[in-house]
Design a protein around this ligand. Structure first.
Ligand code: MLT
Length: 326
C-alpha cells in the first residue's frame, strides 16, 4: 500500500531518474568535442586549441578538437548542425558563418537557424603575403604585378566561404584584376605550398602568418586593419600601401546545434568567458596579433545580433562579385 506521501516521493524520484543529467546540474559529465572546420595547424585551429584548453579547465572535462575541413568550412559546420543538441558537440567558426548563407545556395544544413550561439571569441587581422621571391617589394608594386599577370598568378585560400576567400574577393575588387584561385582544406596546407613557392599569394590571419613573417620565410605587404598592429609594427596597413577600403578582420564565434538546452549554453558561455579572461590565452593571442573580445561582446544574444548583422553586411558584396559556391 503506497501512501500519498510515499507516492509523491516515488514520483519525484522517478522524475529525477527521468530528468537528463544537465537538468540536475550535472553537465558536462564526459569530454566535449569542439569541431574546427579547417585543417589542423591553421589560424582557426590555433584559436580553437587556445580556448579549448582553457574552457576544459573551467568545465572539468577535456575539450577535444576535431578538424573537419573542406568546402570552405561548410563540412565542419554541417557536422555540428546535425549533431545531437546535448552540449557535447560544439563548433568554433569564423566570419565564414556570415558569408556562407549567401555563397552557398544548396547546403545539407540550415546555415543560420541550425545553430545556437554561445558567444564571440576574438577578431583576428589578416595579412597579405607572398612567396619569398615574389617580384614586388611593396603593395604598390604588387598591385602592378597582379594587374599585369592576372590569372597567371595563383592565389591560395581555404575554399569558398573561408576568410582567405573573402579577403581574396576584396583584394581582386580593390586591384580590379582576377587571379587563379587554388583551394585547400585550410591555410596551414596552403602555407606549405607558399613556403615551397608553388603558389604566389595568400591573404591569411595573423594567427597563422605572424611567425612566418617574423622569420622572413614569406613576403608581407599589408595588414587589413585600419591601423597597424602591435604584433607586426613594421607592416603597413592596406590603406597606407595605396589600397584604401581593403579592410577585413576575421571574427571567431562559438556555436552549438539548434535546440541545445539553455542551461547548457549558459554553462558553455561561462567556460568561454573564463577562457577569455585567462591571462595565458590573452598573452598568446597578443603574440599572434589578436586579443580576446570583451565579456560584454561574448554573450549568446550579442553574438547572434552581431552575426546576423554581418550576414547582411557581406551579402551585397558577394552578390555583386557573383562568385557563388554552387
Ligand atoms: C580561412 O578562413 O581561411 C581559414 O581560417 C583557414 C584556416 O583556418 O585554415
Amino acid at each position: 500500500m503506497i501512501t500519498l506521501g510515499k507516492r509523491a516521493l516515488l514520483g519525484a524520484g522517478l522524475a529525477t531518474l527521468a530528468a537528463p543529467a544537465w537538468a540536475q546540474g550535472n553537465y558536462p559529465t564526459r569530454p566535449i568535442t569542439m569541431v574546427i572546420p579547417f585543417a589542423a595547424g591553421g589560424p582557426t585551429d590555433t584559436v580553437g586549441r587556445l580556448i579549448a584548453q582553457a574552457m576544459g579547465a573551467n568545465l572539468g572535462q577535456t575539450v577535444v578538437i576535431e578538424n573537419v575541413g573542406g568546402a570552405g568550412g561548410t563540412l565542419g559546420a554541417q557536422r555540428v548542425a546535425q549533431a545531437r543538441p546535448d552540449g557535447y558537440t560544439i563548433l568554433l567558426h569564423h566570419i565564414g558563418m556570415a558569408t556562407i548563407p549567401t555563397l552557398y545556395r544548396r547546403l545539407a544544413y540550415d546555415p543560420i537557424n541550425g545553430f545556437e550561439t554561445i558567444g564571440l571569441v576574438t577578431e583576428v587581422p589578416m595579412t597579405l603575403i607572398a612567396r619569398r621571391d615574389f617580384p614586388a617589394s611593396n603593395l604598390a608594386e604588387l598591385v602592378q604585378v597582379v594587374r599585369r599577370d592576372r590569372e597567371k598568378l595563383n592565389y591560395a585560400n581555404a575554399g569558398v566561404g573561408a576568410a582567405s576567400h573573402l579577403c581574396g574577393l576584396l583584394l581582386q575588387k580593390a586591384v580590379d584584376a582576377p587571379m587563379t584561385t587554388v583551394p585547400y582544406r585550410g591555410t596551414a596546407p596552403a602555407m606549405n605550398d607558399l613556403l615551397a613557392g608553388t603558389v604566389d599569394l595568400m591573404c591569411d590571419q595573423t594567427t597563422n602568418t605572424t611567425e612566418q613573417i617574423r622569420a622572413g620565410t614569406v613576403k608581407v605587404f599589408a595588414v587589413t586593419t585600419p591601423e597597424p598592429i602591435a604584433a607586426l609594427p613594421n607592416v603597413p596597413t592596406a590603406a597606407q600601401g595605396g589600397l584604401p577600403g581593403f579592410e577585413v578582420s576575421v571574427w571567431h564565434g562559438l556555436y552549438a546545434p539548434k535546440g541545445t538546452p539553455r542551461p547548457i549554453i549558459d554553462r558553455l558561455n561561462q567556460a568561454l568567458l573564463a577562457a577569455l579572461q585567462d591571462p595565458n590565452v590573452a598573452r598568446r593571442m597578443a603574440d599572434l596579433g589578436t586579443a580576446p573580445v570583451a565579456a560584454a561582446r561574448a554573450t549568446p544574444e550579442v553574438h547572434r545580433q552581431f552575426w546576423q548583422a554581418d550576414i547582411a553586411k557581406w551579402r551585397p558584396l558577394i552578390q555583386a562579385a557573383g562568385q557563388y559556391a554552387d
